[in-house]
Design a protein around this ligand. Structure first.
Ligand code: PLP
Length: 402
């Protein structure tokens, strides 16, 4: 089997505009949070339709900051999904609150029924994650939040550009969430290398987050006194160092201008996967958005394991042999040793079963149709070579019968 060349799982989409913007910022003499960050925040605020946007150095910081500023802390429980990156859980743990896992729906997002079953008098907040950029069942989650007086913070690390019922996540008038956290990590749909943003429609929350994001320094006091030409400022709280630099914001401004184009390209390439895989009975296509627009951060393919003689890991090994970069999103939270030590053992059978048959294929704007077809060809070939022959029982079924 010849290996034409390695096809990476992800390639960031950086153009001359981003490079020029960084050089210009470096020459400007102002590198840290300043005018470019303010411009990026107002561009992002306008793009999403939220009332306020605060640029931060990661989505992890955004989640932690939002929870802290909302008063989540020791004694509280926060319900989240097992199919997420570890930092979603860490953001909860670092506030002193206890993470509680609910199981997932058929899309791999938080299942509102399972969430309801895990609500206790200590539950303080819900932390849904829009897996792959597919919007969660927010109406159902907001209803639960209203009925049980819970806060809602969305992990939108995959979901910049996602729409729910015709609006961006967090849009004023359309969203009942308290805060929405975005990631601009190197592999995300919009990247600043490292970076993040939190949006909210609540002014007092925005001001508290803004203060806590920069050490807890009261900038009003700073402004007031610096007008008089003094060096005086006041630290009001023990805050964090979560601000985004102008170097990164300069990249973000350019990326945001291209984001709709990136999203359209991702959608086109994802449709190409969908059309091809729909014709292969051993595969289950990625779920499509029912109530909005999918941002297609990831293309999540699922195997019908009862129709194959090999499992997910063997399929991945064979794709790697064929020079195709792959990934798995995510190893469910309960399977990591640290959370077992923390006693995070809420049963999530649907998430575990989904994990065992799901993996992510390359999907990014720079991919060509030929590259997508190469991936489709490799997947089809592997499936064809390992499908359970008609009329022959699968090994598992055979074992049961014996
Ligand atoms: C990437 C990611 C994060 C963390 O984002 P950072 O910007 O790297 O902190 C959080 N949640 C999910 C679901 C992610 O994929």
């Amino acid at each position: 089997m010849t290996n034409p060349s390695y096809l990476p799982f992800n390639v960031p989409e950086i153009g001359d505009e981003e490079i020029a913007a960084v050089i210009e910022t470096m020459r400007s003499g102002w590198l840290t949070t300043g005018a470019r960050t303010a411009a990026f925040e107002s561009d992002f605020q306008r793009y999403t339709g939220a009332r306020f946007a605060l640029a931060l150095n990661s989505c992890t910081a955004a989640l932690h900051l939002a929870l802290v500023a909302l008063g989540v802390g020791p004694g509280d429980e926060v319900i989240t999904t097992p199919l997420t990156f570890c930092s979603t859980v860490h953001a909860i743990v670092h506030t002193g609150a206890t993470p509680v896992l609910a199981d997932v729906d058929e899309n791999g997002n938080l299942d509102p029924q399972s969430v309801e079953a895990r609500i206790t008098p200590r539950t303080k907040a819900l932390l849904p994650v829009h897996l792959a950029g597919l919007p969660c069942q927010m109406d159902e989650l907001w209803q639960l939040a209203k009925r049980h007086r819970l806060l809602v913070v969305e992990d939108a690390a995959h979901a910049v550009g996602t729409h729910y019922r015709g609006h961006h996540l967090g849009a004023v008038g359309a969203s009942e969430s308290d805060a929405v956290a975005y990631s601009f990590y190197a592999t995300k749909n919009l990247t600043t290398g490292e970076g993040g943003m939190v949006t909210t429609n609540r002014e007092e929350l925005f001001l508290r987050m803004k203060c806590l994001a920069l050490h807890g320094i009261n900038r009003d006091a700073w402004n007031r006194y610096s007008e008089k030409g003094t060096w005086f400022y006041q630290v009001l709280e023990v805050g964090f160092k979560y601000n985004l630099s102008d170097l990164q914001s300069a990249i973000g401004i350019q990326q945001l201008q291209k984001l709709e184009r990136f999203t359209a390209r991702r959608r086109d390439l994802a449709s190409r996967y969908q059309r091809a895989f729909a014709a292969i009975p051993e595969l289950e296509c990625a779920p499509e958005a029912q109530e909005g627009r999918h941002a297609w951060h990831l293309y999540l393919l699922r195997l019908r394991l009862d129709q194959l003689r090999i499992g997910r890991d063997e399929v991945l090994a064979q794709l790697r042999e064929r020079g195709i970069g792959i990934s798995v999103h995510f190893i469910p939270v309960p399977l990591h040793p640290v959370y077992q030590e923390l006693g995070l053992r809420n049963p999530c059978p649907k998430a575990i079963a989904m994990y065992e048959r799901m993996f992510s294929l390359p999907l990014y704007p720079a991919m060509t149709e030929e590259q997508v077809d190469r991936v489709i060809g490799a997947v089809s070939e592997i499936v064809r070579e390992h499908r359970v022959a008609v009329g022959v029982a699968a090994p598992a079924a055979l074992a049961n019968w014996q």
